[in-house]
Every structure is written in C-alpha cells, then in structure tokens.
Ligand binder design. Structure first.
Ligand code: NDP
Ligand code: 2IT
Length: 450
C-alpha cells in the first residue's frame, strides 16, 4: 500500500514487517492511516509524541491453549486469543468471536477497529477483542459450556470490570456469555460487570440484544436525513447475515418504514418480495439454531439460493452488510450501484473490501463505515457497565433513547470531521479522524505510558 505522506508510509511498512501475512490487520491499519494524512499535516504534535507509531501496536496480546472434552469423551484443543489494544480512554472493551476462521490477524483487525469505534461512542472505553477458532455449530449445549468454562479459566486472569470487559460477537450470544460469566464468578468469587451482553436476570441491560441492529438503523436514518433529506420509508432493504445484528437491523428497518427483502447465512440467501417475516426468522435462528434455508420451506412465495454472495445482486435502495469481514467485494459493489443503491451502512466489521468502499464513494453512494454505523452494540455495552456500577437497571425506553442519541451524535461527529479535514461527506475519513483524535490526545497527555 502506498501513502502520500512519508511518515505514514514508514509506519505502514513497519506494521507490515512486524505482522507478516496478517492481511485483515494490515487492511484495517492501511485504511485508518490513509484517513490520517490530513491529520499528520495539521497536528505535528501527535507525530512528535509518536502516537501513530504506538497506536498500531497492541498494548498486550494473550494467546492460550483451550482444552476441553467433547461428548464422546475425546480431548479437543482450540486456540484462545485476547488482544488488549489500547487503554488510553478506558478499560479494554470489545467482543469475543467463536468461529473457525479466527486467528491473530482477525482478532487484531477487530481490536484495532474497536479503539476508534469505542472512542466515537463518547463513552470511556478502550479497545480490545478476543475469541477462539472453536466452532459452536453442531456442538451440544454441554460441549459449548465445557469450552466456555475452559476458555474463561485462562481469560479470567487477564480481565476485570475495571481492566478489560469482553462481550459477544460472531458465535457468542447470551448462552456463551452466561457460561463464561458463571465460570468467572466461580473462579474469582465476585459478582461484577466483567462481561456485557449478560442475561437480564444477572446484570444484563435491556436493549443490548437489539442495540447493534437498532443503532445501525438509527445511524442510517440520520445519514439519509442529513445528507439527502431522505429516510427508510418506502425503501427496499437488503441485509446480509441472519444473526444478532441482522435480525435487529431487520426489525428496526421495518419499523422505520423500509421493506427488507433478503437475509443470508454462510450457505446462501433468501429472497422474500413481500418483506421478511421476522417471527419466522427468529424461530429458526434464535430458538432452533437452524439455517436460513428453512425460511423458504416455511414461507410461501420466498426463494432460497445457494451461495451467500449472490445477495448483492438483488435490487435495493439500502444495503446493510451484517455478516462478516470482506463479504462485499468490488463486483458486489458494481452490482449494487448498477441497481441504484443509494446508501450502504456496515453492521458487520469491515464487511466491504477497500475496492468496494472506493466504488461506493466514487459513485456518490452514502456510505456508513462499520466503526461509526455499528457502534451501537458496544455503546449499549457501555451503558450496561454504567448500570452495573450503580447497581440499577434502566428501562428499555431509557436505554434505547440513549442509544439513539449516541448514534445521531456519531453521525454528526464523523460528518463534521470529514468537512473540517476537507473530505465533506466521506464518513470513512470522518469517522477515522474523529475516533482517532480523542484517543491520540489522551495518549499524548498520559506521556509515553504505553
Ligand atoms: P452472529 O453469530 O449472531 O451471526 C453471524 C451471521 O453472519 C450469521 O448469519 C453467519 O452465518 C454469518 N457469517 C458469519 N461468518 C460468515 C462467513 N465467513 N461467511 C458468510 N457469513 C458468515 O454474529 P453477529 O450478528 O453478532 O455479528 C455479525 C457481524 O456484526 C460481525 O462482523 C460482528 O463482528 C459484527 N458486530 C457485532 C456486534 C454485536 O453486538 N454482536 C457489534 C458490532 C459489530 P452462519 O450461521 O452460516 O455462520
Ligand atoms: O464489534 C463490536 O463492537 C462488538 N462485537 C460488541 C463489543 C462489545 O463490547 O459490546
């Protein structure tokens, strides 16, 4: 990757040399460094303090063995990760991902992104991420429990309510958080808000489950309103994935007057011209842990197609990628643009390839990057931490209205930064700069502490 600025080029080259072959991590760092070109010119004090050299290196990385016993009595071994990337503005905070594709590069890209996302929420949270290459699919509840207990046995040595507060991500929902919380409490003999996304009966927050998807739609609605005086009303929407983020994005997009016509999983996608029946999806995904294909077997008039990438060829006004990194490439962007898409907002982390992002921006498609658009999940985790600290629970309406306010603010902060630094309307640049500056200033004032 090449940069106009010599200093940024050197930082990038060093990251490349130090993290060979870590393509997702290099992709995430490359995008942020590119956005920082105008900052480097305006803020020589930050260059002087070595902020950018430091921010690309995790403060701490923990990699550990996770042994567990399957239902047949066989010993299995997975690899666990926790990357504590940056604690300048608060305790490390970020999800845990359980998916066979998890490796150091994936966790580092997610942890790096989390620094700027958490900063954008305005809440005091540093950046971190963790997970394992364990695949929860096809495992019994007892196997998932044994894995989670073993994983937490090591992780518990490194986290804490004021140190590092993990949460869910791909493959980690209420079931896994419950098993991990129980194990942490047993090991430490303390009941603290060490994880977020907890069940409502033991310290969880109302609206955390809905938060990422709802927040994504609040952000998108504000983007549509402010940039094109438009809204979700009457729009056709395509959402990839059918997990936590996709389901609640579907719910809110529909409530705001949009018609969601497609959802997917890693095997394929469903198309329902009448608008997705979310009760059916929730029964399949949340209750039965089944596959999205089953939707077409249950809802007359809907169609299932094998292969997840074809979803981007469906004509829509708004596209919300909510599955995984690099799921939307240049060819998919071309198809969406040819079909007249007006807005794309990322519910997943880094779902659009750099090529796809460049195409959206060049075509004048409104583009909400992940760090800004999906920050509602971690923001509401921050609200869960606040409730745990004051040992009180807020109502759904209270949390939801705070979430709404946070997402509206994030849009405006990103938009204003894009304008101030000469890239009006480019929310990639705006979100990266706004997220970066707060952390950079905190690092500068704390001296060379990390
Ligand atoms: P879930 O595990 O609930 O759902 C993940 C969905 O994405 C499933 O439909 C899954 O399909 C699909 N998916 C996962 N991996 C792949 C892949 N390699 N190729 C195609 N599809 C895939 O996770 P979430 O909904 O929580 O997370 C989705 C995205 O949102 C992730 O990028 C996550 O990092 C991001 N995110 C999540 C937040 C949260 O609060 N949960 C907050 C902010 C961002 P299948 O069942 O076939 O695997
Ligand atoms: O990517 C993300 O922001 C998350 N998976 C949520 C993290 C959190 O701590 O709630």
């Amino acid at each position: 990757m090449t940069f106009k600025n010599e200093y940024l080029q050197k930082v990038y080259n060093d990251v490349e040399a130090r993290n060979p072959g870590e393509k997702e991590f290099l992709q995430a760092v490359g995008e942020v460094l590119e956005s920082l070109e105008p900052v480097v010119e305006k803020r020589p004090d930050l260059v002087e303090a070595g902020i950018i050299d430091r921010i690309v290196e995790p403060e701490r990385q923990i990699i550990f063995r996770v042994p567990w016993v399957d239902d047949s009595g066989k010993v299995r071994v997975n690899r666990g990760f926790r990357v504590q990337f940056n604690s300048a503005i608060g305790p490390y905070k970020g999800g845990l991902r359980l998916h066979p594709s998890v490796n150091a590069s994936v966790i580092k890209f997610l942890g790096f992104e989390q620094i700027f996302k958490n900063s954008l929420t305005g809440l005091p949270m540093g950046g971190g991420k963790g997970g394992s290459d364990f695949d929860p699919k096809g495992k019994s509840d007892a196997e998932v429990m044994r894995f989670c207990q073993s994983f937490m046995t090591e992780l518990s040595k490194h986290i804490g309510a004021d140190t590092d507060v993990p949460a869910g991500d791909i493959g980690v929902g209420a079931r896994e958080i419950g098993f991990m919380f129980g194990q942490y409490k047993r090991l430490r003999n303390e009941f603290t808000g060490v994880l977020t996304g907890k069940g409502l009966s033991y310290g969880g927050s109302l609206a955390r489950k809905e938060a990422t998807g709802f927040g994504l739609c609040y952000f998108t609605e504000e983007m549509l309103k402010c940039m094109k005086n438009d809204s979700f009303a009457g729009k056709t929407v395509v959402i990839s994935g059918s997990g936590n983020v996709a389901i609640y994005a579907c719910k809110k997009a529909t409530e705001l007057g949009g018609k969601v016509v497609a959802l997917s999983d890693s095997n394929g996608y469903i198309y329902d011209a009448n608008g997705i029946n979310l009760d059916v999806v929730k029964q399949i995904k949340e209750v039965e842990r089944g596959r999205i294909k089953e939707y077409a077997e249950r809802v007359p008039g809907s169609v299932y197609t094998e292969g997840c990438r074809g979803i981007w060829t469906i004509k829509c006004d708004i596209a919300l990628p909510c599955a995984t990194q690099n799921e939307l490439d240049g060819a998919a962007a071309d198809a969406l643009i040819a079909n007249g898409v007006i807005a794309v907002a990322e519910g997943a982390n880094m779902p659009s390839t750099p090529d796809a992002v460049a195409k959206f921006l060049a075509a004048g498609v409104m583009f909400g990057p992940a760090k800004a658009a999906n920050a509602g999940g971690v923001a509401t985790s921050g609200l869960e931490m606040s409730q745990n600290s004051e040992r009180l629970s807020w109502t759904f309406e209270e949390v939801d209205s705070k979430l709404h306010g946070i997402m509206v603010n994030i849009f405006h902060n990103a938009y204003n930064a894009s304008k101030e630094y000469g890239f009006e309307g480019n929310l990639v640049v705006g979100a990266n700069i706004a997220g970066f500056l707060k952390v950079a200033d905190a690092m500068k004032w704390q001296g060379v502490a990390y």
